[in-house]
Design a protein around this ligand. Sequence first.
Ligand code: DHB
Length: 318
Amino acid sequence: MRVRLGQVDLPNPVLAAAGCAGAGRELAHFNDISRIGAVVSKSIMTEPWTGNPAPRLAETPSGLLNSVGLQGPGIDVFLQRDLPWLLSRGARVVVSIAGQTAREYGVLASRLADAAGVSAVEINLSCPNAEDAGRPFALDPGTAGTVVAAVRGSLRYDIPVFAKLSPDVTDIVAVAGACVASGTDGLSLINVLLGMAIDPGTMRPALAGACGGLSGPAIRPVAVRCVWQVREAFPDVPIIGTGGVRTGRDALELLLAGASVIGVGTALIHDPSACPRVLRELEEELAAIGVGRVADIIGQAHGGIPHGLPGRREGQKM
Ligand code: DHB
């Protein structure tokens, strides 16, 4: 199950996605976190931040809405407390960073450049709950590229960066292309979709922040589509596939679409052991179809390779 993600070797392709496991401590009550492919830490900012007012969570039939607002201890505490703790537990750490300006992302990157033990950096360009709500950097190719360039310019080249994009765009391939042109090593697809729930009892928005990010099974087909489209356009760019993965079969679908590794996020909230379970189920899925190595399955939904199926169907006059 070993996989390579950019320059990084991981023991398996199942990651804990950013935001649903803090900096890993909560998961460690339930799992040996050294056996998770990697832990992607909750997006960290330059300063401590209290986040948005409550209520911050609203359940919908097949997904979770959140408006956390990037609550976190700030980069100093992360580097002094959280990163050493994760490393002491044998975890591989992908650090997710978020800022209000490209300069802030650059500052975070330069702080991480001096830290030992960072496997990769995920640039969160797609938080739906930041101050400039509704205008995450990933909505615009030029802005996304500027942030990627600021990070890449401040980080050592042996630390790969993955730009995490938003599905709330007309053309995700254009945003991915701008990030690749600006030096990102890989992409992380997808972040939440912007959503909203209204409580008919109070006639008010269910979240104090009104709108929030939708995650969970509801968004998985969107994730599969985004991963597939970006892989089709940039077959050599590694992708971390996230979005509604709950089972090994879900993970397999994203790998087939072209993700090199997958992240489990919202599922952790009701099943903190979801990472080892999804890994076990993925191993069973691969064994059932006679595939020995994960690497052999990545991107196999493309280009008519399996069983001679055509990759694209042409329309026909009726
Ligand atoms: C938050 C950030 C995200 O990137 C996301 O997908 C959801 C929530 C936040 O902290 O508000």
